[in-house]
Structure formats: structure tokens, C-alpha cells
Design a protein around this ligand. Sequence first.
Ligand code: FAD
Ligand code: SF4
Length: 510
Amino acid sequence: MKTLRLILGDQLNIKHSWFKKSDDSIVYCLFEMRQETDYVKHHVQKVIGFFAAMRQFAEVLKSNGHHVVYYKINDSNNKQNLLDNLNQLIQDFNIEHFEFILPDEYRLDKQLHTFTDQLHISYTSNSAEHFYTNRNDLADFFEGKKQYLMENFYRDMRKKHDILMIAGQPEGGKWNYDKSNRNKWKGEVKIPSYKWFNNNVKEVVSDIKKAKIITFGKFKNDTFNYPITRAQAIDQLKYFCEELLIHFGTYQDAMHTDEEYLFHSRLSFAMNLKLISPKDIVISVMNYYRKHIEDINISQVEGFIRQIIGWREYMRGMYWAFMPNYKNLNELDNTNKLPDFFWTGDTKMNCLKHAINNSLDNGYAHHIQRLMITGNYALLTQTNPGEVDDWYLGIYVDAIEWVQLTNTRGMSQFADGGKIATKPYVSSGSYINKMSNYCSSCHYNHKNKVEENACPFNSLYWNFLDDKREQLGNNFRMKMMYSLLDKMDKQDLQKIKEKAKHIILNQDDY
Ligand code: FAD
Ligand code: SF4
């Protein structure tokens, strides 16, 4: 039976059972499309990276004897819309059966539902064969529970998959080493030279220009640095195990003006496109750890494993448990706009300048920059979560809605009212000073609240707590902060609030 199999841009899993053997009756299709480049304004490196990885993937399939139809962005037969392209191919190749891999985004899932509903041929959907969990596993796990605590899910994952477990107990005696993983990096441990792949993407860049796709962010030297093939992803993983794992946990929350990546793995782009699976990563990290158990502390390994089998799978499960409503949640009623400097990096606030320029230059920022600098600032300035989502979805090369939305709207903006985070991730300048060297070269003073040179995070922080008392005042984990706020002199608070309002109204002047 002549079959058409669709491969989406984030389904580049060469280990998928589809590709075990070639079959003349199967046509595979991949499309570069305006519907994907235009649903939000993307960082230029994100579009480049996706197209470059898709083109490489199609070549590998062809060289393995598979029949592949690949539409580049400017191909004349490309209708730029998924359904139109599929309908055309079904007609052209007299297709009798259609197959697709379940998409990870709600948007595409809905589109494919619409497609299959009107299809006059048979169809089947397949697993992505990538994640540890199925779409609905998390919802089943938490069924009947009031809270969806990541920690409970994570412990269950450890047990279920026998990862870092000894005789049913967590290896090392603890489930969580977060407390020993909060060091500031002061240069005491050398950071290995970065591994870059220098993928030549000249042709992709020229095609994107010709298509007049509107993007933002920077791109230099016609090379894309993150892995775009499975071999490169494996190489990056090896480099992570050999060079970075040993200090990953210790410095995972640290930030520094001269070091954009510190000990982070930079595997998210490759993993989210499914060039490499979380299982590949966990197995390699565990094998490496076992061989070097004398040198590598369990806190480094647990800190990393938690991100992969904990946070990543949890965010996906939460996405499928709460979509489509999740996309519209705004429990804190925030309505302000993001300032222009989020697109230019032009601000005197040194922490934001570094986190934003890092993002504009590389389509990357590590977790704490995303959460405690840009995210923290957007929440303290009470920004509309829709604006915040669009920025995060556009700017990071690894941003795909299933993982971006839950992180941004949930973990970072508390717009879900506490489904993901038990309290908002907000802080004043003192936390930023504790975890980074940003403050020492900043125009502002992290110790001041209302003076001309006062760190904006300070007044914004107390103003936020005061403004959101109705929604947050009863939150048990916020109790201590509210009791400090209550003890504050009323006139002092008034001055702080005036300062904060001025900042919110004039963000681009700060
Ligand atoms: P490492 O620090 O080396 O971590 C290893 C891996 O763990 C990552 O590659 C990632 O796959 C996984 N991971 C770590 N934290 C998380 C998390 N909170 N949620 C899911 N997976 C996690 N990650 C994305 O992949 N895409 C996004 O669009 C995205 N948007 C984010 C938005 C906000 C506001 C925040 C706070 C976090 C976001 N994250 C996102 C999570 C995290 O910041 C990135 O996965 C990480 O920075 C990628 O860099 P890395 O590969 O060097 O990660
Ligand atoms: Fe950021 Fe405030 Fe520190 Fe400046 S002083 S780097 S604005 S936290």
C-alpha cells in the first residue's frame, strides 16, 4: 500500500522504528514552511538551525535508501502550509495510507486532527519514541491530587526507571542535592574551551533571506554552532561528560559576565529536535559516572539527571494535562508591555544586559538567566504573560511550545496560579548579587532601594509583593516575605512604590 509518512522539523529521530529498513512503497516528507517560520517572530539562528538540521536529516534518510520528498522554503511546489502540502503529495503519489508521529505541540496536533478528520484514506499515528513518558502519563500519575509537585513525579521516575537507585533507595541517601548546588562561580575552577561545530549554513541563510522571513537576533560567520546531526549531538554529549559534568551541579545556578555557558550542556536544541534522546543522554552520563565514581560527586550527576527525567518530562506532561487553557492563564492579572530593550539589550541594568545580549547573540541563555534575570524582571514589572511567552518562544533556539510555555507562563510568570511553582520565582538585587558578578560592574547599587542609583529589582520586588497581596498573601511559602513587608515603615513603602511605578512606566530609561 502506497504510504505517506510525515516528519516534522522537531522529529529528526533517526533511531525511530520507521527507519529500520527502506521500503519502496513509503514516501517520507519534510517541509520548510512559512506557517512554521511566521507563527511567532523567531531568532534568526533558530530558523537556520531547524532548516539546517532538517536538510541534513533528509540527506541521511536518502543515503539509507529511503524515498524522501523535501520542500525547501523557496521551492515552487511548496504551498507553505502543512495541510496543503500533504494533500498535494497524496494526490501526486496516489497515496493510500497516511502516517504521522504524534506532534508535541498542541497547535500541530489540532492541525493534524483537522487533516485526518477530512481524509478519505486510512491513517495511523505513531509515538515519537523519544520521551520516557507518554503524553498523558503525568496527568494519570497526579489524578485526584491537589498539587502537581515535580519532586513527587521525579522520585517516581527514578524508581520506575531505576536511575540512581540502590536497593530501592536513592543513591547517596538523598533524592535531592539542590542545597550543595548553589555556588557562585568566581573563576576558581577553569571552564574548558567551548566545543563548537561551525556548521556551514551559507545556503540556508541565503534561502531565508530570499524568502524574506522576518527574524531577529544576531548571526555571524555563516556558521551554526549547536549540533545539527546525531553524530554531533553524541559528540557534544561526550564533551559534556568528559569536561563539564564534574562541576555541573555546583555551578548550575551561577551567572558570570565573561562566561555565557559555564558548565551547562547546551544539548537542548539537539534534544528538542530529537537528534538525541533523553535516554541516550541519561545512559551516557550514568556510564561515565560509574567509570569515574572516585572523581565525580553524586550531587553533580543527580543535578543533571533531575533536569532530564524530572523537569523536562514534567513540563511536557503538564503541557498536555492543561492545554489548551494553559495558554491563556493570567492568574496575577498582569498587563504591562515588555520594554524595547528586550530586543536590543540596551539597558543600564547589567544583569539584564548580559542575559539579553547573550540571548540575542547566541539564541541561548542558561536556566537561571531565563528564570531569575529576564523572567524575574518581567514578573516584577507585571508584564502580560502573552508578551513574555512570545519573547521566549522566539528567542531561544531550543524553544518549542510544549517546553517553553510551561516554563515561561508557569514556572517563571506564575500565571497558572501555582500549578508548577509553589511560589513565584521573584527576587530583589541581593539574590542576583549572590549568584553572579553582575552587580559589581553595574550602573546601579544592589543595596539601595529608592536612591537615584538604586537597583530597580529592589523597589520592583517590594512593590510586586504589595500589589499582589490578594493573590499571594495566603501563600504559605511567601509568609516570611509578607511579614517583612508588613513590618516596613509605611512612608518607606510609599517611596519604594513610587520608585517602582516610575520604573514600570519608564523601563527603557533604566
Ligand atoms: P542544561 O542546564 O545543561 O540542562 C540539561 C537539560 O535539561 C537541558 O538541555 C533541558 O533539556 C533540560 N532542562 C533543564 N531545565 C529544564 C526545564 N526547566 N524544563 C525542561 N527541560 C529542562 N528549555 C527548552 O528546552 N526550551 C525552552 O523553550 C525553554 N524555555 C524556558 C523558559 C524559561 C522562562 C525558563 C526558566 C526555562 C526554559 N527552559 C527551556 C529550560 C532551560 O532553561 C533550558 O532547557 C536550558 O537552559 C537549555 O540549556 P542546556 O541544554 O545547556 O541545559
Ligand atoms: Fe542587576 Fe541590580 Fe545587580 Fe544591576 S545592581 S546587576 S540591576 S541586580
